[in-house]
Design a protein around this ligand. Structure first.
Ligand code: HEM
Length: 215
């Protein structure tokens, strides 16, 4: 089938990476908006969590879709990385050459795997809570723990590094690769990466420092 052949080609894989990456960033936007309820107090945050749990079908469909997108992003990303290593200077590597952010671009598979580790630990910590455990209390217990909080902060730094190249690469794939746009595209990638680092990091610091203890 031509569609399968297209998505097995180098350009098809790049488009799949960019599209799945964009959807994952959109998930982060939605997740950040939901977590913003924390700053309105524990009652507001608990109400948000209860509202989610009151929609099991929507949560199941959303979670399943997210899992598929994650898997596509990880499997294709690994394929491209291995192909790239085998070929040496492939077409995929050409894009990274015009990018001066070499640390982020050369560590993409490693930062990606660290993010995967974070997501697994995070989902086991928060995602499968028994109905008698209040998420608004759990978050204070978990993030109030210094080492747990530190692991979260480290993971958000890794996420920011990954996004600083990934967002740039996604925009390039979607056609923003004219010299006229290059500077703006680079700035946009740093702004997006910095926003998530500051937003999610501030929540961790809120609980780590004890400020959120009686929120
Ligand atoms: C301090 C920052 C964060 C907080 C406080 C937070 C909090 C939460 C909570 C409370 C849940 C469970 C929702 C529920 O069922 O009640 C959850 C789920 C989840 N989180 Fe986070 N999260 C944070 C950052 C992140 C980041 C950076 C990622 C991805 C890199 C992420 C990925 C997920 C995923 C995949 C789920 C399961 C799917 C879902 O329920 O939407 N989270 N998070």
């Amino acid at each position: 089938m031509w569609l399968l052949r297209f998505f097995s080609s180098s350009i098809g894989k790049k488009i799949l990476m960019a599209a799945s990456g964009l959807l994952l960033v959109l998930f982060l936007v939605v997740h950040a908006a939901g977590n913003a309820a924390i700053y309105f107090g524990s009652k507001a945050f608990q109400a948000y969590a209860d509202a989610l749990h009151g929609l099991p079908v929507v949560v199941f469909l959303f979670g399943s879709g997210l899992l598929v997108i994650f898997l596509v992003h990880i499997v294709i990303g690994m394929q491209l990385f291995l192909e790239n290593r085998k070929i040496g200077a492939s077409r995929y590597a050409v894009t990274t050459k015009v990018c001066d952010n070499t640390f982020a671009s050369s560590t993409m598979p490693y930062s990606g795997l660290l993010i995967l580790l974070f997501v697994i630990i995070h989902v086991f910590g928060f995602g499968f809570t028994p109905s008698d455990v209040k998420v608004s209390v759990l978050i204070n217990d978990l993030l109030g723990n210094f080492f747990y909080g530190l692991f979260y902060l480290f993971s958000f730094c890794v996420l920011a590094v990954h996004l600083s190249h990934g967002f740039w690469s996604m925009l390039q794939t979607f056609g923003f690769n004219h010299p006229r746009y290059n500077e703006g595209v680079g700035i946009a990638a740093y702004v997006v990466a910095g926003f998530f680092l500051l937003f999610f990091g501030s929540i961790v610091l809120y609980f780590m420092t004890g400020m959120g203890a009686s929120y």
